[in-house]
Design a protein around this ligand. Structure first.
Ligand code: GLN
Ligand code: ZN
Length: 757
C-alpha cells in the first residue's frame, strides 16, 4: 500500500521562513537571499519525506505567506489597486497580504479569515467585475521542476476551483457562477501544462466540500469538474477533501472522472458510512486520511487498521494518507530538547507523522500485522496509563449537576441589583484588559526566564507597571479599571502554566497566518488549579484605587481551543475540568473584593462545527454551559463580563445570550458595526460594549469620530445597556497612541452622556 502526504509545514524547523520574510520586509536581506532560504526549506521537506518512504510527496504546498493568496496570483485575481503600485511581483504579493504604505502609494491589506475549523488564517481573494480569471502564475510548475531536478517526483497541490470561488469575496455584481467559464479554462490550462511536464498525480484541494452544500453549490461543483476533467490528457487528478465528510456531494464524486478521492477519516464522521453505502468505483483510488494532521498524539494503529480493514472490503485501491495538510502541526519533536521522553513518546509532530505513515506501510505489507514489533510497541504505548490523571478532578466533573451550570438570580434581577450597587454612569467606560506591553516588560520576563533576574525584582517591575496603569486610567477618567495584564505573555499560556495538566514546548510553532506562528500548549492530563493565579495582581491594583477594578481571566473554552486537546477524553470533559479551575479563580477574586470579573472567550467560535446541523449537539450544548459553570457561583452583586474577538456571532446570538454574562465586549469597529442590527432584532439582553475604535493601527481616533460611533450604536442599543470601550488587543500598541486614543474615548463618552441627560 502506498503512502501520501496532503501537505507539509513550510515555515521551517527553526521558523526560518518567518525570519527570512521579516528580514526581507525590513530590507535586511535581498530577494535572492529570501528565495535561497525558501529553496532550502523546500528541498529539506522533500528530501525528508522521500527518506521516510513517502510515495506521493506534495509540492506547491510551499508559500511565502498564504496558499489561498498564491492561488489568487496564479489565477490573476489581483485587485487593481495593488497592481497600480507598480511593485515587483513578490512585493505586490506582500502588499496584498500586509498592506503597503510608502512612496508608491497607500493601500490596506486584504482581510484575513479563519481557515475552516483551524487556527490558520487565509487571505480572502477579492473579485470584482473587472477580474479576469486566467492562468498567469508559474509557481506550481516551477516548484514541480525544482523538485524533479533534485530527483524527486512530486504531486503538485493546487487549491480547487470550487473552494477558491467559495472563499472569494465578490465586490461587484458578478457571482461565483459567472466566473465558471473562465476558471474552467484556467484549470484546464493548468492540467495541460502539467501534462506536458509529465506529472503523475496532481492534487486539487477542495475542503469547501465538507461544508453544507445546497443544490446550487453541487451544480456549480459538478459543472466545474465535468468541464475541467473532460479535457484532461493523462494527468491523474486527486480530489482532496479534509476537515470533515463529503455527505452532500459523495454521489457526484463517485461519478465524475477523478482518478483519486481523498477523504478524511479522522474528522469526517460520515466518511466510513459513505464508503460503505454504495460501491466505490473500481477505477478510482481512495486516499484514506487516517493519520491526524491536526493533533500531536501518536496514531493508534489498531484503530487505523480497523478502519483500513473496513475500507478494503469496499475499495480496491487504497493509498494511506494524512487526514489534512500537516501545516497545522509543529515540524519536529527533535527540537524538543527539554521535554521528557516519558511525554515525547506519546507525540507525533509533522516529521513523526511521516514515521507513522511509513510504519503503517510496513505493517500493512505483512500477512499478520498484529504480530509486528511496530504494532505491538504502538499498542503498548496506548495501553499505558499516562501519568497525569487526577481522580479528584474526574469525580468533580462527574458530580456536576444542572444547578452548577445556572447562575441565580436571573439576569434581569442581577441587572437591577448591580445598577444600584455600582452606580456607574450611563455609558460606562472601560478597556478589554491589556495595556501596551512595552520593551521593559518583555525584557524583564525574558530575564526572569533565563534566570538573569530574580522573582522579586520581576514582580516589582510588574507592580510598578500596574501602579502607573491605574493612575493613568484614573487621570483619564475611566469608570471601570483594569490592571493591564503586564504579567502575561499570552492569555492562554499564562493560565496553562499556572494550572497543572498542561505541557509546554520550546519550538512547537504552528503557522497562524503569514509570518505569525503560535505555540499552543498541550493538554496532557486532568486539569486542576493548585493556587490562585491572578489574585495578587488584581488585588494589588484594587488597593490603589477607589474605582471598580475588573479582574481578568481567560475562559475554559478558549484555553481548550488554543491548545492541543487530549484525545483520550472528550473535549467536553476537558473543558469542564478547566472550567472548574477557572471557576475557583473567579471565587477567589470575588473574595479578594474584586466584584467585576471578565472571563475572556476570545476563541469561543473557533471549534464551532463546520456543518450547521452539528452546532448544538457537538459544541454549543456543552461549550456554553461550561462558560456558565465558571461564574455560576458568584454573588448577584458581582458583575461578570465576557469578551469575544470579532463580532461574527450573528448566527449564534441566542447561545451568546445564554452564556448569561452581565456584560459582553467585542471587537466591532472593523466590521462596520453590522452586528448591532442583529442585537436589536434578537432583543439581546446582555449589556454590550462593541469596540468603538480599531486598535490595529497606530492611528489616533478623534473625540468626534468616537462620539459618532457611540451615537450610531445608540440607534440600536438602549443607553442603559451600552458600554464604551476600544477593540481588544491594546497589548500590541505603543503607549503614546494608546493614551491619546483612550483620552479621546473617555471624552467622547462624556460628551454623549451629557447629551442624553
Ligand atoms: N483581555 C485580553 C486583552 O485585552 C483579550 C485578548 C483578546 O481578545 N484576544 O488583551
Ligand atoms: Zn479579543
Amino acid at each position: 500500500m502506498k503512502i501520501s502526504v496532503v501537505g507539509y509545514p513550510r515555515i521551517g524547523v527553526e521558523r526560518e521562513l518567518k525570519f527570512a520574510c521579516e528580514a526581507y520586509f525590513k530590507h535586511d536581506i535581498s530577494l535572492q537571499e529570501l528565495e535561497e532560504k525558501a529553496r532550502e526549506i523546500r528541498a529539506y521537506n522533500w528530501c525528508l519525506q522521500k527518506n521516510k518512504g513517502v510515495d506521493i510527496i506534495p509540492s506547491n504546498d510551499f508559500s511565502y505567506y498564504d496558499g489561498v493568496l498564491d492561488n489568487a496570483f496564479l489565477l490573476n485575481v489581483i485587485p487593481e489597486r495593488y497592481q497600480k503600485l507598480n511593485l515587483s511581483p513578490l512585493d505586490t504579493y506582500f502588499a496584498v497580504a500586509r498592506g503597503y504604505q510608502g512612496e508608491k502609494g497607500d493601500v490596506k491589506a486584504l482581510p484575513m479569515k479563519k481557515w475552516f475549523n483551524t487556527n490558520y488564517h487565509y487571505i480572502v481573494p477579492e473579485i470584482d467585475d473587472n477580474t479576469q480569471i486566467k492562468l498567469v502564475g508559474e509557481k506550481p510548475f516551477k516548484l514541480y521542476t525544482e523538485a524533479k531536478e533534485l530527483g524527486i517526483e512530486t504531486k503538485p497541490v493546487i487549491l480547487g476551483a470550487y473552494t477558491f470561488l467559495k472563499l472569494a469575496k465578490y465586490k461587484g455584481s458578478k457571482k461565483a457562477r459567472d466566473l465558471a467559464e473562465d476558471i474552467i479554462k484556467a484549470y484546464t490550462d493548468i492540467l495541460e501544462k502539467f501534462s506536458s511536464l509529465k506529472v503523475g498525480w496532481i492534487q486539487f484541494d477542495e475542503p469547501a466540500l465538507v461544508l453544507d452544500m445546497d443544490r446550487e453549490d453541487i451544480a456549480l461543483f459538478e459543472k466545474l469538474y465535468k468541464n475541467i476533467l473532460t479535457q484532461n490528457k493523462g494527468v491523474k487528478v486527486l480530489l482532496q477533501t479534509y476537515f470533515g465528510d463529503v455527505r452532500d456531494c459523495m454521489d457526484v464524486l463517485r461519478t465524475l472522472p477523478f482518478d483519486g478521492i481523498g477523504m478524511d477519516f479522522i474528522e469526517g464522521k460520515k466518511s466510513l458510512p459513505l464508503i460503505k453505502e454504495k460501491p466505490f468505483p473500481k477505477e478510482k483510488v481512495l486516499f484514506a486520511g487516517i493519520i491526524n494532521g491536526k493533533n500531536i498524539w501518536r496514531n493508534d494503529y489498531k484503530k487505523s487498521l480497523d478502519i483500513l480493514k473496513e475500507l478494503k472490503e469496499n475499495v480496491q485501491n487504497i493509498v494511506v494518507s494524512t487526514s489534512c495538510s500537516l501545516l497545522h502541526l509543529p515540524c519536529s519533536l527533535k527540537s524538543e530538547g527539554k521535554l521528557d521522553e516519558e511525554y515525547k513518546k506519546h507525540f507525533a509532530f509533522a516529521e513523526e507523522k511521516l514515521d507513522e505513515l511509513s510504519e503503517l506501510k510496513n505493517i500493512l505489507s505483512l500477512e499478520t500485522p498484529e504480530i509486528s514489533a511496530e504494532y505491538i510497541n504502538n499498542q503498548n504505548l496506548h495501553k499505558q496509563k499516562r501519568k497525569g490523571e487526577n481522580e479528584e478532578v474526574q469525580k468533580r466533573v462527574k458530580a456536576l449537576k444542572k444547578e452548577d451550570l445556572i447562575r441565580k438570580p436571573c439576569f434581569e434581577e442581577r441587572e437591577k441589583i448591580q445598577k444600584d450597587n455600582f452606580k456607574l454612569p450611563l455609558l460606562p467606560t472601560t478597556t478589554i484588559g491589556s495595556f501596551p506591553q512595552t520593551k521593559d516588560v518583555k525584557q524583564a520576563r525574558t530575564a526572569l526566564r533565563k534566570g538573569e533576574m530574580n522573582r522579586y525584582k520581576y514582580e516589582d517591575i510588574i507592580k510598578n507597571k500596574i501602579a502607573s496603569c491605574i493612575k493613568e486610567q484614573e487621570d483619564m477618567g475611566f469608570d471601570v479599571l483594569v490592571h493591564g495584564e503586564f504579567e502575561r505573555n499570552d492569555m492562554v499560556e499564562y493560565f496553562g502554566s499556572c494550572l497543572s495538566g498542561f505541557l509546554f514546548t520550546e519550538k512547537a510553532w504552528v503557522q497562524s497566518y503569514g509570518t505569525r506562528c503560535v505555540k499552543p500548549p498541550i493538554i496532557w492530563g486532568d486539569v486542576s488549579r493548585e493556587k490562585p493565579m491572578t489574585v495578587v495582581w488584581s488585588a494589588y491594583a484594587k488597593s490603589l484605587t477607589n474605582k471598580p477594578l475588573k479582574g481578568m481571566l481567560t475562559g475554559a473554552v478558549t484555553i481548550l481551543n488554543w491548545s492541543f486537546p487530549r484525545e483520550d477524553i472528550s473535549l467536553k470533559e476537558s473543558t469542564l475540568q478547566i472550567a472548574l479551575a477557572i471557576g475557583e479563580e473567579v471565587l477567589d477574586l470575588e473574595k479578594a473584593g474584586i466584584n467585576i470579573i471578565q472571563v475572556d472567550e476570545a476563541a469561543l467560535r473557533e471549534k464551532l462545527p463546520l456543518r450547521k446541523a452539528d452546532w448544538q449537539k457537538d459544541y454549543l450544548d456543552w461549550a456554553i454551559p461550561a462558560f456558565r459553570l465558571v461564574h455560576s457561583k458568584v454573588k448577584p452583586t458581582t458583575q461578570i463580563h465576557t469578551h469575544m474577538c470579532y463580532s461574527e456571532f450573528e448566527d449564534i446570538i441566542t447561545s451568546i445570550d445564554d452564556m448569561d454574562a452581565d456584560v459582553i465586549t467585542f471587537e466591532a469597529s472593523r466590521s462596520d458595526l453590522a452586528i448591532l442590527k442583529t442585537l436589536k432584532e434578537k432583543n439581546f439582553r446582555t449589556q454590550v460594549g462593541p469596540g468603538v475604535y480599531d486598535i490595529h493601527s497606530p492611528r489616533v481616533p478623534s473625540k468626534a469620530e468616537i462620539a459618532e460611533a457611540i451615537e450610531k450604536m445608540l440607534q440600536y442599543i438602549p443607553a442603559e445597556k451600552l458600554w464604551v470601550n476600544p477593540d481588544c488587543g491594546l497589548k500590541t500598541r505603543g503607549e503614546k497612541e494608546t493614551t491619546q486614543s483612550l483620552k479621546n474615548l473617555v471624552k467622547a463618552a462624556e460628551e454623549v452622556r451629557e447629551r442624553l441627560k
